[in-house]
Design a protein around this ligand. Structure first.
Ligand code: ATP
Length: 234
């Protein structure tokens, strides 16, 4: 569905991704793990069209989208749940969800999408009129994911959705991500919560210092002692 071919991304002179090639298949849940500063956020922001690579190609459904404008990534069916959620905290939950469905195709299905996201996150139903900034961390993360889903994406990019949440809420969050995946939406999930993320993913990719150092089925990666030592503490 989406392929990165030899992507290099830099902030000024400082390179953050070096010749990265990877792909995500239709319907797949791909997990990207790696230590702090490995380039995971840079990778998802590149996949979202927010960062422009200095070399390499991004191909979606066979079409080169490397040079297209960021809003066209949204039109192509890519939605990002950014690190730190980036909600409009002074706006209500309902208004935040409306922002996710501004493009004509999504707007036409706004009511249907709202029903779907409230089924996924029932706790948001009674919060629709509350300012998003007044919600708990877990509920804010639900709004961030729901807002992205309101765009009716085919590819959902999740950057550290469990960051800062209590273990119980993290379990709920991963359950919701599993449901989204089961509904047929392709997902790229960046996570520090490696063991849990690998547990729900179809395939995983390990980034270190801006390079892909391992890739494969989660259970195969977990058998590799260097990966277990680095990411699973054993
Ligand atoms: P973390 O888990 O800490 O969020 P990460 O794997 O997501 O890390 P990135 O945030 O993508 O890593 O950072 C990759 C590299 O790019 C790091 O060396 C980081 O310092 C650098 N970097 C990230 N954002 C910027 C920026 N806006 N300007 C300059 N350098 C940046």
């Amino acid at each position: 569905m989406l392929e990165l071919q030899g992507i290099t991304v830099a902030y000024g002179q400082a390179r953050a991704l070096w010749d990265v090639s990877m792909h995500v298949r239709q319907g797949e849940l791909l997990c990207v793990v790696g230590p702090n500063g490995a380039g995971k956020t840079t990778l998802v922001n590149t996949l979202a069209g927010i960062l422009r690579p200095i070399s390499g190609r991004i191909v979606m459904d066979g079409r080169d989208i490397t040079q297209v404008a960021p809003h066209r990534y949204c039109e192509a069916g890519i939605a990002l749940v950014p690190e730190g959620r980036r909600l409009f905290t002074g706006m209500t939950v309902a208004e935040n969800l409306d922002v996710g469905s501004l493009l004509p195709a999504a707007k036409a299905k706004r009511r249907e999408s709202l029903g779907e996201v409230l089924q996924l996150f029932p706790a948001l139903r009674e919060k629709l009129k509350s300012p998003a900034g007044e919600l708990s961390g877990g509920q804010q993360q639900m709004v961030a994911i729901a807002r992205a889903l309101m765009a009716r994406p085919r590819l959902l990019l999740l950057d550290e959705p469990s960051l800062g949440l209590s273990p119980l809420i993290v379990t709920d969050m991963f359950r919701a991500i599993r449901k989204i995946s089961a509904s047929g939406i392709t997902i790229v999930l960046v996570e520090q919560n490696v063991a849990t993320a690998l547990g729900i993913s179809h395939r995983a990719c390990v980034l270190e210092l801006g390079r892909v150092v391992a890739e494969g089925a989660p259970d195969e990666l977990m058998k590799r002692s260097e990966i277990r030592r680095a990411y699973l503490g054993s």
